[in-house]
Design a protein. Structure first.
Length: 338
């Protein structure tokens, strides 16, 4: 399941439709976007023949499709070991595994969640220990690089000792922004050197792999340094060009999953045809025709704006704008229901 390529957990991006696309194109497992553990604990569960929805205060917290549960990893955020343990118990019937977010540096993580947990390793280990004890499904952790490879490797060894199944390293440090700082491929390789062989095979790499040339460069560096090529987790690269999953599988020598998605247009059409379960109104706009340059400034400030989601066209979902590539096949549509 973890041998890659994998779809990364992305806030407001690893939604149901994107997970389904990644699965169809050969992702060995798909992550949900991050969910705050307390919201899961306080949520009601509504099951149907097609899936399950977690709802808290009439707001949907998480939606999972039944036929993807065997490949879905739910990522959780939090800092209370008991709450995270309870969330694991509640979620484990509906997923293939659970992941702890220790890599997100966004503002909402400042309450000692996400990357802030790297500064409290004893609390982190207590959380992970309780998550492992409370779940029959594998527990993984996504972290960032620490100040030195030795520090990162030491933390990873400690995490494996308390029973986790996998670590993903975002190849940047906590203070580094993905838009401003290149991923540290060589630092990742240095970390692997300090991790025991039995554990190094359970580490995945994330960050900076936006196209097949990036992947080839990463592979070349690993081979040049006599490091086994790890599985890679795709985030922005998957959003910008979903067919990257197939390209990486081909480079790995893995069989290509048979499907009818050969072009970006095919991917978008599949997305439209299948991602209709969320019952949210979407409105399509082309760039230059009510696109981002014509959106009022206060609107831009109020809602998150993705400039790199399939490149080129704007999809507005309840105030959130998302970029698509070559969505000419949808120009005649006024709205979509996902």
């Amino acid at each position: 399941m973890y041998n890659g390529p994998l779809l990364a957990p992305m806030v407001r991006a690893s939604f149901t439709g994107m997970r389904r696309i990644a699965d169809k194109l050969g992702a060995t497992c798909v992550h949900t976007d991050v969910v705050v553990a307390s919201n899961i604990v306080q949520a009601s569960i509504f099951e149907s023949e097609n899936g399950v929805v977690f709802v808290r205060n009439v707001q949907r917290v998480l939606h999972l499709e039944k036929d993807l549960m065997h490949k879905t990893i739910i990522q959780l955020a939090g800092n209370d070991p008991v709450v995270l343990s309870e969330a694991c118990k509640k979620l484990q019937p509906y997923c293939a595994g659970l992941d702890l977010n220790v890599g997100c540096a966004k503002e909402w993580t400042q309450g000692c969640m996400g990357v802030a947990l790297l500064q409290q390793p004893q609390l982190l280990l207590k959380i992970v220990t309780m998550m492992v004890a409370s779940s029959e499904k594998p527990i993984s952790v996504k972290i960032r690089l620490l100040d030195t490879p030795q520090q990162t490797a030491s933390l990873i060894q400690d995490l494996f000792q308390v029973g986790i199944s996998r670590v993903t390293i975002h190849m940047r440090q906590a203070t580094e922004d993905r838009e401003k700082h290149c991923a540290r491929f060589m630092d990742f390789i240095d970390v692997i050197r300090f991790v025991s062989p039995e554990n190094s095979s359970r580490i995945a790499a994330n960050g900076g792999i936006l196209c097949i040339d990036d992947y080839k460069q990463f592979v070349s560096l690993c081979k040049a340094e006599n490091i086994p090529v790890p599985p890679v987790m795709l985030a922005r690269g998957a959003l910008r060009y979903p067919l990257l999953f197939e390209q990486i599988r081909a480079e790995m020598g893995e069989p290509i999953v048979q499907n009818d998605l050969k072009t970006t247009s095919d991917v978008i059409q599949f997305f439209v045809n299948t991602a209709r379960v969320n019952e949210t109104q979407f409105i399509l706009k082309e760039k230059g025709e009510g696109g981002p340059e014509n959106i009022p400034l206060d609107f831009m400030k109020k809602y998150r704006f993705y400039q790199q989601f399939f490149n080129g066209y704007i999809l507005i979902k309840s105030g959130e704008m998302v970029d698509f590539t070559q969505m000419y096949i949808l120009r005649s549509l006024n709205s979509l229901i996902f």
